[in-house]
Design a protein around this ligand. Sequence first.
Ligand code: ACO
Length: 323
Amino acid sequence: MIRSVVRGIGSALPPRIMKNTDFEGVVETSDEWIVQRTGIRQRHIAGSGETTASLGEAAARAALQSAGLDAGDIDLIVLATSTPNHTFPATAVEIQQRLGLRSGFAFDLQAVCSGFVYALNTADLYLRGGAARRALVIGAETFSRILDWSDRSTCVLFGDGAGALVIEAVEGKGSIADRGLLAASLRSDGCHMEKLYVDGGPSTTGTVGHLRMEGREVFKHAVGMITDVVEAVFADAGISAKDLDWFVPHQANKRIIDASAKKLGIAEKKVVTTVDLHGNTSAASVPLALSVAVADGRIRQGDLVLLEAMGGGFTWGALLLRW
Ligand code: ACO
């Protein structure tokens, strides 16, 4: 049985850091409010010339280096983003060009904050179906460009960045002991669209638009939706929370992360939290958190890792893999 095994990981963050106190004078808020409601202390903000494509390219190059591979070894690029460089072509194709790659195929995938979980699941299906052998799966965002900087209820929450994995098709035994992606559960429900959306687009206003969110409404649904897909993955893989080594959730809000882990019975010491450092980077948040936990030596080869995300749409999903 083919398994999609992680071979490399990389990340990229804009050098400019915006601390909570830097919002003073921008909107009426405080470091105390932001930390207490969200756990966020700072976020990285793209400078002029930094784009989703440039951040995605940098993360992809770092992932290739950690895999010991060249761009030419890749035959599929899936980029999860809601902030593409252009309406078209896909930013994945621009990254392909920046990497000097003229073979294989590349496309963008749009599932907002769940984008990376959707993209990893999609790439896994291509690898297992034999259509590709090695894939770059990238989550890259420049949400700072779609924020309404006069809306304190949203502008303090988001940041920019990118993370990437190289995955490779490897023959496994078909057991839970295999390395690679082991189980996934994805969901969406468009009836929640107006709770979290961007108020522009090519086919409606002809403009890019700004992010709008009913934060309290999103919060109300988040924990239930996250725990539902995680429990589906546990049932599919025949495991329980105690079998996990690491829980790497989407980094939107520390209170949502803590409540989800508690409801699932996942010990606090197994939860990877980076929302304090990066804010909510949407599709980049899960690979950025993975990068931090791999770089500091927490996640090691053979560890059982659970990923989850929930975001606009609503979309939500969970994925289990052995590192
Ligand atoms: N500073 C100070 N006060 C603020 C700020 C701010 N930055 N923002 C809002 N407030 C005020 C509000 O105006 C409100 O004041 P009022 O009571 O006088 O009306 C008060 O704080 C409480 O506002 P709530 O929205 O009820 O605050 P809440 O505790 O719900 O926290 C938050 C808001 C952090 C947005 C929370 O609801 C949340 O995290 N929601 C989920 C967001 C999320 O998970 N998104 C994930 C998906 S993201 C994606 O897919 C792109």
